[in-house]
Design a protein around this ligand. Sequence first.
Ligand SMILES: [Zn+2]
Ligand SMILES: [Zn+2]
Length: 848
Amino acid sequence: MPQDEKTSTPTRDERYDAQRVEMKWFERWQQDPSLYAAESNSTMPKYYVLEMLPYPSGALHMGHVRNYSIGDALARYMWMNGYNVLHPMGWDSFGLPAENAAIKNNTPPREWTLANIASMKAQMKRLGFGYDWSREVTTCLPDYYRWNQWFFLKLYEKGLAYRKKSKVNWCPKCATVLANEQVVGGYCWRHEDTLVEQRELEQWFLRITKYADELLRDLDKLNGWPEKVRTMQRNWIGRSEGALVDFDLGGNVGPAGSTVTVFTTRIDTIYGATSVQLAPEHPIVRDMTASNADLRAKVDQLIAEQRKAKETGDIGEIEKHGVFTGRYAKNPFNQEPLPIWVANYILMDYGTGAIMSVPAHDDRDYEFAKKYKLPIRVVILPTSGDSEETVVDPQLPFVAEDGLVVNSGQFSGFTSKQALKKMAEFAEQNNFGKPTVTFRLKDWGVSRQRYWGTPIPMLYCEKDGIVPVPEKDLPVILPENVEITLTGASPLANVPEFVNTTCPKCGGSARRETDTMDTFVDSSWYFYRYADAHNDRAPFDSKEINYWFTIDQYIGGVEHAILHLIYSRFWTKFMRDISLVKNDEPVARLFTQGMVIKDGAKMSKNLGNVVSPDEMVARYGADAARLYSLFAAPPDRDLDWQDTGIEGIQRFLGRVYRFVMRNARPDSADWRKPVPTDLSPQARQIQRKLHQTIKRVTDDFKGRWHFNTCIAAIMELVNELYGAEEKAGQGTIPVALLAQVQRDLVLLLAPFAPYLAHELWETLGEKSNLLRAPWPKYDPALAKEEEIEIPVQVNGKLRGKVVVPADAGQELVQERALAEEKVKAAIAGERIVKVIFVPGKLLNFVVK
Ligand SMILES: [Zn+2]
Ligand SMILES: [Zn+2]
């Protein structure tokens, strides 16, 4: 490494030239590619810190800078604490924007994507983020996506990947199918102004529902995750316990013995059912309307209403409409025939698409019954706890889950809770129902009719049907030079040399699947690949995973709380089940940072309030941009960007620089001597402040991560040093203490402002690598405020003593003295006419 010659001692007011200093270190760091490399066979304790990998759009935004500044500070702190740190970075590089750019700029997606990666990587390096680039993962390259295909084959082998025709979410702008998770309030997650349509298509699905129970249950183990994320996942999985009950259609729909199966979470209310209600798209509705054009028209109207409500995202708010079909279904508990209605608020994809309507005990059913004048029958009464005698007529609808069952034949007299169990059992014993559990979570539709994604490794042979591509033929390479159109069919279908192939089973001709995989497949397991990024025989070596997993700290936006974080949990459980990994969960601790906003709004080109990281780096330096993004708000809150704020940070860094430039005396004989114990009060004050600051920053790294207050504490320390600088010049502050306080100050800054810290480390005469320099330790005794005892007199007579900080002023001493019982008693009933205070020595009340 070249030695940098210091040409001149800076003058007292020399300005900190961030660009010069940062470029000097940038060049040095470029020359050492193994600087941030994690070790594979290490005896050191491991620490895996990870920020979510970006989509290579072409340029970083301030949200990225904030995300990576948090992760990088933590990685550097752990390096300084002696850990073998894995801190990798990669690119979530398949996806639609590359295709849109290809159409707009006539550039092939691959070229566009790789160019964007190169420029974003350069930005990351300039910002000084310490990534182990030897483990870089680029999901759009065959060395990565071949393992997506390999996993797909394994999933298929285990019956977890399957093909079926179904109603799917279709974004007309994306011209592709979306997963349920990608529909936000009826709109496309990428196109906030585009309503998602429903289409019927043959699709590949992954059976994530097989793991629904475990995904839910294991949330309880994830104590290192924000509670809000766990709640969002719980709601998304949406487990509800209930029962299935068959209602006989009495031969008036379908053949004799035909039934319609109802799902209910409240079987205890079944004697209160006064109608059966079906989703408009329920199959038996189709039968019932086949010969009834009038009814068909009414049902079509309900379908249209439901679709519209779904599209605007508030199906719960839908104005309830229904139509009576003229048919009846028999309640198997009491043989009562109930009218069958079709209603627009019943969804085919929840439960069975059929419910029993119990108006007395359900809000929606009550509203519907009132509107259409259906009977309302009370079968649950409120109880006042211990006595059944105190029941009162309930206010309807009465929906509480604990009550007394009445008017319900042999089940009258049980509590609701007892009846739930007994009635479900009764249904099962009599073969017309059973207890069941349903989930809101649906299987994951992974087919995308797009070009820029992982080809699904499946073939269609006329003779053999669906045939998986043999493992030895992987990867199925995504062809280049494909004409990209947003037509709704995969552009791959127009590439005959891709489509037409040979069936590995019969040797006849076969067609390749032309859909590609949802890009969330890529991000479901990418963080495992970092542990063994160049493996060409397997997705990774399990030995490496067992060393590095689980991820100690994952950092990213809360917008990934559902999609990415559920899919990757599912992937881990599947990999565990095929013995690839041992861990049940991928991530031990999750941190979700807030957004970066400006002028009170999310940064966007439309609002013209975008702050560009490049511009900030050019104007203030990378350190200032990083430090400001940590200083301006606690990391879990939104950060409102202020230009004056980053200017203040720039001035602070200049103050640190100038102080060290003026006070570094590495050649002094006393520079490396231990700090003397008999310090002057000023020197002791500096020492105390130093130890307090180390304690504060260390505690925050271990605990709540309020880096904003850490940085504020470091600023206070610097202010203290400026205040004492004159004394230092006079020699009142020992050189050894000055040396220690400057070294520790630089160490404390190293995770946040690495460029300046490295420069000053060298200025202080240190030869070791700052990245691995031991994190400073504090001495609790030295951090403690010095305290003294002050005698308190009343009229010259000793009445008590108070313990206060050594530099306490009269106000504090007086306040404490007046709280002392004996002093209070001595003053009681008298008037204080004078207070005599001798700092550090005495307090005397003169009373009359
Ligand atoms: Zn879209
Ligand atoms: Zn064949």
